[in-house]
Write a protein that binds this ligand. Structure first.
Ligand code: S3P
Length: 424
């Protein structure tokens, strides 16, 4: 049984954007509730390497002494971004139009991920972008290029790609327009407005004109709904549970997970809705409820793309069949998340089959067993939650990245009444 009130780490996507925009704003920006995990610290270090003075982080607070749109300087060497794809793609956009060259590198996991989708529109804008073999990092930017604004129709939904194009648009000549058929998270657009940068937003289209400045702001980062997802599922599937998760972001481009869980019968309430700057937040309350399998509506998938592993655990504990389709993007993450989840759930006795962008599973009793998260933190955390419902111990391999992505995950679980033993 999980009970109590748990404070979640700050939203990772919003934290990246606060650091990036605070650095190129004029004046000093205070960010509170920053996510202090490896990824956002990589973004922070990159900006420091380019001459931005950033005090902290201390208990989620940083003070960023912005250098203005044209104030960044060349880093002394390559910018190392660990495994953070978000850092690499957003920085590629921000640095494409600078007067200096940059090189963006990452660890082995990031070096295996394609950067083609971000390189292509930036090249169309006139940026000199060079990738290694098979469109992978290191990503080299020639710098000193004159960028032109473009009309960009996003073929596959991606907030990272959209954000990179918008950030490059700050340095381009003429307007930059991004059209998306499927809405992706819009934290960049909201954060630009927080820093006083005007944008034109119509449904599915965002237009940014150069020639304005960003002005320092006070940013309060909401709790991360993607982290909350694990606890929403854990409490939903554990009889007698009731958890409160205060001040979690409920930006509508992210709430697919709540909507899907509700369709499955989950009892989740958004209380005390309010605003942290331009981002809506609420105190979430979740109570255990019997879940049923569903056909997950495709239009909710992009809005729950990072929460697929947690949702599949909910489906495994639900009565009946759940089917997922249109989730190709979940296969190009730290692992092929549909494949790794299907393999792990099958090892725990769940009938489960993954295909290209699809997964079908039959809810049932979870057995003891061994699973491999393949170093994918979201998969590892999902299996920790699954283990709480298994008939015996579940040993999860490939968990080493969990604490760097969700600091104190095991501590928070324990606080709620869910014990996760770490080995090795
Ligand atoms: C993110 C966008 C999403 C998400 C990632 C963070 C962002 O990726 O999966 O964890 O902060 O913009 P895509 O843009 O590749 O869909």
């Amino acid at each position: 049984m999980l009970r109590g009130e748990l404070k979640l780490p700050g939203d990772k996507s919003i934290s990246h954007r606060a650091i990036l925009l605070g650095s190129i704003a004029q004046g000093s920006t205070v960010v509170e509730g920053l996510f202090e995990g490896e990824d956002t610290l990589a973004t922070l270090q990159a900006l420091r390497d380019m001459g931005v003075v950033i005090e902290g982080p201390e208990k989620g607070r940083v003070l960023i002494h912005g250098v203005g749109l044209r104030g960044l300087c060349a880093a002394p060497g390559a910018l190392y971004l660990g495994s953070s794809g978000t850092s690499m793609r957003l920085l590629a956009g921000l640095l494409a139009g600078q007067g200096f060259a940059s090189e963006l590198t990452g660890n082995l996991a990031l070096s295996r991920r394609s950067m083609a989708r971000v390189a292509e529109p930036l090249q169309r804008m006139g940026a000199g972008v060079l990738l290694a073999d098979q469109q992978r990092p290191p990503l080299r930017l020639r710098g000193a290029c004159t960028l032109q604004g473009i009309d960009f129709d996003m073929a596959a939904p991606s907030a990272q790609v959209k954000s990179a194009v918008l950030l490059a648009g700050l340095y381009a000549e003429g307007p930059t327009r991004v059209c998306e058929a499927v809405p992706t998270r819009d934290h960049t657009e909201r954060m630009l407005r927080t820093f006083g940068y005007p944008l034109r937003q119509e449904p599915g289209v965002c237009t940014l004109e150069p020639g304005h400045e960003l002005h320092a702001a006070q940013v309060q980062v909401p709790g991360d709904l993607s982290s909350a997802a694990f606890l929403l599922v854990a409490a939903s599937i554990t009889p007698g549970s009731e958890l409160s998760l205060p001040a979690v972001g409920i930006n509508p481009t992210r709430t697919g997970v709540i909507e899907i869980l509700r369709l499955m019968g989950a009892d989740i309430q958004c209380l005390n809705e309010r605003w942290f700057g331009n981002e809506p937040v609420a105190d979430l309350r979740v109570r255990a409820a019997p879940l049923r399998g569903i056909e997950i509506p495709e239009h909710l998938v992009t809005r729950a793309i990072d929460e697929i592993p947690a949702l599949l655990v909910a489906a495994a504990c639900a009565e009946g069949r759940t089917s997922l389709s249109g989730a190709h993007a979940a296969q190009a993450r730290d692992t092929d998340r549909l494949g790794t989840m299907a393999a792990g759930l099958s090892a725990l006795g769940i009938r489960c089959e993954a295909g290209p962008g699809t997964l079908m599973l039959e809810g049932g009793a979870l057995a003891a067993g061994e699973v491999d998260a393949g170093g994918d933190h979201r998969v590892a955390m999902a299996f920790c939650i699954a283990a709480s419902r298994a008939s015996g111990p579940v040993r999860i391999h490939g968990c080493e990245t969990v604490e760097t992505y969700f600091p104190n995950f095991t501590g928070l679980c324990e606080q709620a009444g869910l014990y996760v033993a770490q080995e090795g």
